[in-house]
Unconditional design. Structure first.
Length: 256
């Protein structure tokens, strides 16, 4: 790598991933640039979510999962023998397809990770909760409802709360696995606007089946098919002048 080229935030090198005898990822290599939104698109079962979960080693929790190759965060392997996986998942937070707030108060949902990681207590913890809720535009609406059960919030509020819960532990990277699939169009638009605001501070990787969403929110897009990363590049280029015919066929609606 040349001296004047920045180290990518995430770098995947020759990644193969197996669930038992099934190979879910095939020789995947890519670089994720810091403070950009990278979208992963492709038909169901192509490996998008599997790749996303590889970035913070969520796949380790699946019995029979085997990984060959490497993933680096800031130039350091996430599979290094001395790598603390809890710290890795603090630095690379994940927001899931459906909102999954804990059956606790709004306050305790946001404070949970900061408490677990020993980041703050007392007034300092209060400040983290306020800052995290403000970052997802929930503070003004919920500052008088911090003791309410998070499950009483609307779907959009629950998803924003889950994002705030991730932000509270001060991550570097946000992974979002179909974060709008359970939301209506208006709520989807608001969460997309939130992503555009957050990317000034965080590196975001989003999996989406919605190609229009990828085109709207991302700067870079990767197209996956049958476990392979067919191509990745600037979003406009991937959608308007893809290099691979398979990408052209997918984005033009010929399959998928």
């Amino acid at each position: 790598m040349s001296a004047n080229r920045a180290v990518p935030k995430l770098c995947v090198q020759g990644l193969d991933l197996y669930y038992g005898d099934f190979q879910a990822l095939i020789n995947v290599s890519l670089e994720i640039t810091e403070r950009r939104i990278t979208a992963l698109i492709g038909p169901s079962g192509c490996g998008k979510s599997t790749l996303l979960r590889t970035f913070n080693r969520m796949n380790d929790l699946i019995v029979g999962c085997k990984v060959v190759g490497d993933v680096e965060l800031d130039g350091r392997s996430i599979y290094a023998p001395n790598r603390n996986v809890d710290d890795l998942r603090k630095r690379i937070g994940m927001v899931f397809q459906r909102p999954n707030p804990f059956p606790l108060s709004v306050y305790e949902n946001v404070a949970y990770g900061a408490r677990i990681h020993g980041l703050a207590a007392g007034a300092a913890l209060d400040a983290i909760v306020e800052q995290s809720l403000a970052a997802v535009d929930l503070w003004s609406g919920l500052k008088d409802r911090l003791d309410d059960n998070a499950l009483t919030l609307s779907g959009e509020q629950q998803q924003r709360l889950c994002i705030a819960r991730v932000l509270a532990v001060e991550p570097d990277v946000l992974l979002m696995d179909e974060p709008c699939s359970a939301l209506d169009p208006v709520a989807t638009m608001r969460v997309e606007e939130l992503m555009q605001e957050l990317v000034d501070r965080y590196t975001i990787v989003i999996v989406t089946h919605n190609m229009q969403q990828a085109a709207r929110v991302s700067q870079d897009t990767g197209f996956m098919l049958l476990g392979e990363l067919v191509e990745i590049g600037p979003t406009n280029q991937v959608f308007t002048s893809p290099r691979d015919q398979r990408t052209e066929d997918y984005v033009s609606g010929r399959f998928g």
